[in-house]
Design a protein. Sequence first.
Lengths: 414, 521
Amino acid sequence: MKKFISALLCVSSFSFASMIGLDAIGQEQIAGGSAAMAGRGFAGNAKTGDTEGISTVNPARQAFDTKVSLNLNFLLDVSTADRSNSHFTKTDISMPSMNLTFPMGDFGTFGVSLWQHYSASMRETLEDEKEQWNAEIEYQSSIYELVPTYAIRLPFLRMVSLGASAHFVMGSFTRSLTLGADNSGIAKEDAWATSDVDLSDYVHGDWDIKHHPAYYSFAVQYRGRMASYFFSFTTPYTLSNTLDYNFRFSELDTLAPTRKTREIRIPAMLATGVNYRINKRHNVMADVAWRAWNRDIDNVAGSWNMTQMTKTQNDFNISVGYQRDGSDVFYDSYWDRMTYRAGAWYKNWYVEDVSEIGGAVGAGFPLGRRGTTLDLSIQGGVRLTDDDHNWSESFIGIRLGLVGVGSWGKARGQ
Amino acid sequence: MNKKKFILFPLLALFLSSCLFDTDDDGLSNWLSDQGMPSSYDVQTVTVPDLKPVSAKVFENLRPKSIYSSGIFGATSGMSHDVVFDFVIDTTVYTSFWTGLKKADSAKSFLQLRLVDSYYLFKPAPSGILPVEDDIELNVSWILSDKLTGQEINDLASINDSAWQYGLTSWKEKKSADTTASISIKAVTSSKTVSLADTLLELNLPSALVNDIRKKTCSRRLQLRLSAPEAPHVYRFYGPDVFSPRLVVQNSETGDFLRFNTVRAAVIPKNLEKCKDCLVLHGGSLDSLEVEFPSKPIMKALSEFYGDEFPYNVGDSNDVRQAVVMAELTFYRDDTKGESEIDLPIMVRNGSYVDSAESVVFRAENYIPDRLRINEHGHPNMVFYEGDSLALQVTAGMRNFINKASDGRSFRMLMRLERSVLLPSDSSYSVLVRQDTTFKDEDKKEVKSIRTDTIPVFFPYTNYARYDFSTIKNKPATLKLWLASKRGENTDKKKIVKIDTAKSVKTEGKKVTTSTARGGK
């Protein structure tokens, strides 16, 4: 168990692969980044089921869960940034979320999620003696949210549920740009002093919410015989990022840092979605989430010609998906017990002139009789940009989700 | 298709896709450039000439020091070094000897010190250590306790050395007497080896001492101090950890004697300098010289160079806009006012006061050798060597000073005389030169070490010296900074800023032109 937890922490220290918005707040992991959601194009927040579990967008959904479920998600992501015949690729492994839901019958469902909402991750080395390049760039930023949720079906209107969640924000930011010396501007006899000296432009700080312990989401869900809907509202909040800027020669040889705090106003989010059951186990679904950014984001910046500001735009995510649920009869064939998913999404990033088009296919593999499932999805797409700063990206990724199911509080055979 | 294949195919597809997602050579460099980040940092130099200290003062280190493996007594280079031994005279054993001693018409006592032969015979040292033929005047003082019980004698061994040393600062002898001693240290050469003619140095002690000892037949503690402020040399002997100095008490009539090993020993240094205003540092005694430079000329030079305001007063005022990668402060040097026990160059080590964990601490500088300059002119941070300048690296101190200069502080540094250098032109700056290495010996002749040689770069013994740094007060110093800046191209001043290159500083007899400061890219 210790090894398992250590592996989880190790994996979760890495992050998503996009190189856009690194100096702002990084890449957003849509809808908790679960493998099941990703397999259907991040659509299906309105879809209910025994073990659908937590939706970070729609906390009301879990009220319809009947079984305890624990969900762990992993992502392997490969991105290539590209501009004017110049490109470079990086690979990341991350753990976007861990979720636990605990249905309590008529008393509603309690859940808790650890969600890496935004992250910026990069570690690249550049060395070319001839060109005087000697650099190592590292970004490690994670905005984690610990999200306790509660949802309950209305006693007098059982097809409707209400849900709420509180998002406690935490995390850290680190940017380290280690550079070797370029002595071309000084006299040759002076080069001895700096030829072996690397120094790091080092920025480190913590993430917090200004003036509040958390921000909140509220949702209402309707589950019909064929169609289900939800509507949710997430409160606006101000992210506070206190940063220490420094010049480092080594970990023990630093300057006294100068401290600055940047405040980032995250706007309220409205989200809605529908899930329509076509046949017994076939579902089509569509979701929309929207935020109106009215303030730009102060970048970490602080050095050389790094851009001081990330201009924002209204960000929205439109996703459509399909899912064929697997049979829950253990004696059916394995192929029939599998879940199949497909979906696509279009996302307008919070970064001005950045949009993302992606598609995914996925499947859920039942493991054993009790409903434990391994979800697998493969995603790919492009991120398109239209500014001098960000490069367009192609990405491909694979997500794994492990869903453990239990029936706590129920006697065997119930 | 089984389950394994079903999982394998997507993974294979992903792997193949990863291969297609390639990185070209300058992809990351171009990306960094588009983010406004450089691929390396530009090094720029700024020279600040005519720096005059606002204060300079010497901190002496005259505390007694315990002797463990070796000790000294005598005088040299403006310092005298007294030695104190702590003996226990236990008369409860060999009672017949004490009875006989008390009754004898005459008795004598003397000290036996084993000379540090490895020092006196140190092969790579320049000639001049031997022979030593001195007649010295010796003042012997002592504190002889009253009768001690057996328990009190046992307790003497557990006295903390540092507590004993502290007590020596207020030495109050009960008795003293003057005597003379002849010291002869010379080498004898046999067919294959060179050795000292006599490694045992015996110093006769005044008769008043032995009379005091034999007056009472009881166990007592004897603290014995030797002082020879007029001696022409210091004399080096092994300490209690190697060969314990011994007090010998002898019955002159019978020739019987008893020897007592010292329990502990210490050296008490004393400053004999007559000039109170001079900035004299003593080698071997950890004296230090603190020099304080004003902030204004350094801030002004930086301000002219970058075109920004210095000191930095924005926010918490910690300046991280740039960092000092190297800083070197060059002083004028005049060796004629100094003297050293052994004719070798002595390195000056230095450090600065830096902020650490809400307090200010002293930090020694990490010396980075400029190998080309050292090969040609020797280390720049030496005294008693050719040339008329002393260049000390003050990187850590200057880095901290500019970072925190907004609080109005001045730049303070400390320097002290440190090790003597046997191979001043060896740039390896290691303890031993490797085999088959060509180096310059003390006569500046090129010598190649043979296969089995291990040549020490530094003289492994203390070279007692005095050096007068008084010229620091009158002759201005030159500060040279190697800087890395976080400033971008847009904020850099494009113009070339010339601080002052007219007044260059002579180093090791060669005129070293201070490089022209440059701004921007």
